[in-house]
Design a protein around this ligand. Structure first.
Ligand code: PEP
Ligand code: MN
Length: 336
C-alpha cells in the first residue's frame, strides 16, 4: 500500500503518522521526492483502515499495490534511482540519465593482464573495471578463478587506473574479502541465493544483480526486494540473456526487459551483451541495440588475448574492438 502525502506537510505531522502506522504493525518506507512524499507501507496492511487513512487531512491519496515487490516498485519511488559507485573524482553514477560502461576480462588472470586491460578500456571510455576472481563455472574441473589473489590484483588495477572495480561474490562467507570492492556482482546462478541476498542487504554498498538463467522479471525484482528489504537500496539490475532452445547464441538477450523493468521499477538496468550472446561478433550490434532500448549502461568482456583467455574467450572483445563499440554506443547516447 502507498500513501501519498499532500504538499507542505510538516515533519512533525509526518512523524506522528509514521508512529501511528508502526503501531498498527506495518513498516514504513519513506520516499522524499522533490514535489511529493510517499509512504510505502509494508507488512500486514490488511489491518489498516484504508478509509480512515484516506480521510486524514495530510493524505492526498492511498493505493494498494498488487505487485509483490514493494521497495523496488516504481509506484513507491516514481523517480529513477541513481546509484553511485566508488568515491572522489572517479565516482561513477548509473541511472536517471547517467550511462556507464563496465569493461574487463571474464576472469582476472595475472597482474599484467588486468592492469593492461584496465588501461586499455579506460582509454576507450569505460569508467568501471570488471574481472572475476571467484568464478561460477559449470564444471568443477575448469579454472575457478584466482580468488583472494584475484581481488588483490583488481585492487592494484584500481590503484593504477582509478577505475572502480566490479567483481562477483558467490558466498556470504567471503563478505570480508569484498569489503573494499566498489560494486559487488551477484551472478545469474546466485540470483535466488536468498541468504546471500539478505546479507548483501545489510551492506551500504552498490550491488549489481544479474538476471537468473531462466528467471521471470517478477522473480528478478523479488530478488532485488530481498536486498532492499534489509535496507540496501543501491541496486543495479543486469539483463544478461535467458535460456532458450537455440544453440547458436549462448542465451537470448531480452531487450524488451529494459523498458518493461523501467515501467515496473525505479532501479537502473544495464545489459551484458557478452554473456547474452556468447559470440564476439554479436557484441557490437547488441550493445547498440541495448543502448537504443534505454539501458543505463553496459558490461562488456574485453581480453588482450581472447584466443588464450582462461574463460569466455569466444565472447571477449579485443581492446581495439571495444574501442569501436564504445564509440558507436556514445553516438547512440547522443539521442537521449
Ligand atoms: C560474469 O559476469 O562473469 C558471469 C559469470 O555472468 P553471469 O552470472 O551472467 O553468467
Ligand atoms: Mn564470462
Amino acid at each position: 500500500m502507498i500513501a501519498v502525502l499532500k504538499n507542505g506537510v510538516s515533519d512533525v505531522q509526518k512523524s506522528s503518522l509514521i508512529n501511528w502506522l508502526r503501531a498498527q504493525g506495518v513498516e514504513v518506507h519513506i520516499c522524499e521526492g522533490k514535489f511529493q512524499t510517499i509512504f510505502g507501507l509494508i507488512g500486514e496492511t490488511s489491518q489498516i483502515d484504508i478509509d480512515l487513512l484516506n480521510g486524514l487531512e495530510i493524505i492526498d491519496h492511498v493505493t494498494r499495490i498488487s505487485e509483490p515487490f514493494k521497495c523496488a516498485n516504481r509506484r513507491f519511488h516514481p523517480n529513477d534511482t541513481i546509484v553511485e559507485i566508488g568515491s572522489g573524482k572517479n565516482m561513477v553514477k548509473i541511472g536517471g540519465g547517467n550511462f556507464a560502461i563496465i569493461a574487463g576480462p571474464c576472469s582476472v588472470e595475472s597482474e599484467e593482464q588486468i592492469i593492461g586491460i584496465a588501461e586499455d578500456v579506460k582509454r576507450s571510455g569505460a569508467t568501471l573495471l570488471r574481472g572475476g576472481a571467484f568464478k561460477p563455472r559449470t564444471s568443477p574441473y575448469d579454472f575457478q578463478g584466482l580468488r583472494g589473489e584475484g581481488l588483490e590484483l583488481l585492487r592494484k588495477a584500481r590503484k593504477a587506473t582509478g577505475l572502480p572495480i566490479v567483481t562477483e561474490i558467490m558466498s556470504a562467507s567471503h563478505l570480508d574479502l569484498f569489503e573494499d570492492v566498489d560494486l559487488i556482482q551477484v551472478g545469474a546462478r546466485n540470483m535466488q541465493n536468498f541468504e546471500l541476498l539478505k546479507e548483501l542487504g545489510k551492506l551500504n554498498k552498490p550491488i549489481l544483480l544479474k538476471r537468473g538463467l531462466s528467471s521471470t522479471l517478477k522473480e528478478w525484482l523479488m530478488s532485488a526486494e530481498y536486498i532492499m528489504s534489509e535496507g540496501n537500496e543501491n541496486i543495479i539490475l543486469c539483463e544478461r540473456g535467458i535460456r532458450s532452445y537455440d544453440p547458436y547464441t549462448r542465451n537470448v538477450l531480452d531487450l524488451a526487459a529494459i523498458p518493461m523493468v523501467k515501467e515496473l521499477s525505479h532501479l537502473p538496468i544495464i545489459v551484458d551483451p557478452s554473456h547474452a550472446t556468447g559470440k564476439r561478433s554479436l557484441v557490437e550490434s547488441m550493445s547498440m541495440a541495448a543502448t537504443a532500448a534505454g539501458a543505463d549502461g553496459l558490461i562488456i568482456e574485453v581480453h588482450n588475448d581472447p584466443e588464450h583467455a582462461l574463460c569466455d574467450g569466444a565472447q571477449s572483445l579485443t581492446p581495439e574492438q571495444f574501442t569501436k563499440v564504445a564509440g558507436k554506443v556514445s553516438e547512440i547516447r547522443k539521442l537521449f
